[in-house]
Ligand binder design. Structure first.
Ligand SMILES: [Zn+2]
Length: 385
């Protein structure tokens, strides 16, 4: 079963969403039918994009990999998590240290240092946007007009880049992510036909890749892992955080809120103000590394409610109509945060697994790739294959 592996992260494809529209997705349906489908892959404690990527890449939870939110507290403010913030080796690093060649095409939280070929994720700027690529398919997203088309076009460019690498370089591990379904749900999540379209779009894009793999003869060399990072839940109301706890450093992460505080008295005051809006403090769950538990607190919004910063809203009200009408990171045991995983290719058994632990992804990918994965001081989670 071990050998070369293509990992495609489909951003924002929840377990229920896939079940609902699977009949309209011939390529994903075919892969699920001819391989292993995990119908409900557990959500990470914080089911937001960066913590979920870190979980998939490391096989440990946020208390160890350190990516507890999309933005991290640096002592002065919350700033976007990047590859340097990941505290333990990623799958890319492990693969490369064991002699595998690695390509990462737009995949968040993978370091260019751990790759033979690298293209940064679309949301990152910086001096190292591409490595060892002749014509990097960078298509940055900017502005709000035609934003959905731009996301879809970005996915298309990434797929083109990925195919060139597969065809010309045959990397042992290729990591790729496609983002249209996530963005479409954030801005148009109540229009189910457009959400279905975004799924059909990535399905068709995957279909092109599968056809090329078969026609080139590469399909027999590669296993395929299609994994989503989180699901989505519709939001009716958002809490505008600066208008509830003015002057406090906070990061809005969908249904979760991360707050930096100075001492017990300030935390009590923050707790009281947020409680008035039905917000609950999460103090006993593994959200934070121990290095942060005495300075950060985590809160969860009530049902169908999210947190958004004041910069997204014109007036000074504490509650507002959300800018993202669907989001994720909805808190403990929220079924809509759960996602799917599909493993397909030579030697992968035909089976359906009704549920798997979030942290089962990494050992499964390691097994498919044929590398040794032994997480230090981690509760043991089995591969699903
Ligand atoms: Zn995401």
């Amino acid at each position: 079963m071990s050998g070369k592996l293509i990992v495609v992260l489909l951003d924002g494809v929840g377990a229920d969403l896939f079940a609902l529209y699977r009949h309209r997705l011939p390529h994903l349906h075919g892969l699920a039918q001819g391989g292993t489908l995990v119908q409900r892959l557990g959500a990470d404690a914080n089911a937001n994009s960066m913590p979920a990527r870190a979980g998939m890449l490391t096989g440990v939870d946020a208390t160890r990999h350190g990516i507890y939110a999309n933005n991290l507290w640096n002592g002065q403010h919350f700033s976007p998590a990047t590859a340097v913030d990941v505290r333990v080796p990623t799958l890319a690093r492990l693969a490369r240290s064991q002699g595998k060649t690695v390509a990462s095409v737009g995949f968040g939280l993978v370091s260019a240092d751990d790759c033979d070929w690298y293209l940064s994720p679309w949301w990152e700027d910086g001096c190292q946007r591409a490595k060892a690529l002749d014509t990097p398919g960078i298509h940055p997203l900017a502005g709000s007009t035609e934003s959905l088309t731009r996301v879809a076009a970005n996915d298309h460019r990434l797929l083109q880049q990925a195919w060139q690498l597969l065809e010309q370089q045959h990397p042992d591990l290729l990591l790729l992510e496609l983002n249209s379904p996530d963005y479409c749900q954030h801005v148009l999540g109540d229009d189910r036909e457009l959400v279905a379209w975004s799924l059909e779009l990535v399905d068709a894009q995957l279909g092109c890749l599968l056809t090329r793999l078969h026609e080139s003869g590469l399909a027999s060399q590669y296993n395929l892992a299609i994994v989503s990072d989180h699901g989505h839940a519709l939001v009716e109301t958002t809490l505008v955080i600066e208008h509830i706890i003015p002057g406090v450093n906070a990061h809005c992460d969908g249904g979760l809120l991360f707050v930096a505080y100075q001492g017990a008295a300030e935390l009590d005051d923050i707790d009281t103000r947020l409680s008035a809006h039905g917000v609950t403090r999460l103090d006993s769950l593994p959200y934070l590394p121990t290095t942060h538990t005495d300075r950060l607190a985590v809160f969860v919004a009530p049902k169908n409610t999210s947190f958004e910063p004041a910069s997204k809203h014109a007036d000074s009200a504490s509650t507002a109509k959300p800018k993202y009408i669907s989001t994720h990171g909805m808190g403990p045991d929220h079924a809509e945060d759960e996602r799917i995983a599909i493993f397909a290719g030579p030697g992968i058994p035909v089976q359906q697994i009704s549920r798997a632990d979030s942290l089962a992804v990494t050992p499964t990918l390691a097994r498919l790739l044929g590398i040794t994965y032994q997480p230090a001081e981690n509760p043991h989670v089995d591969a699903v294959l």
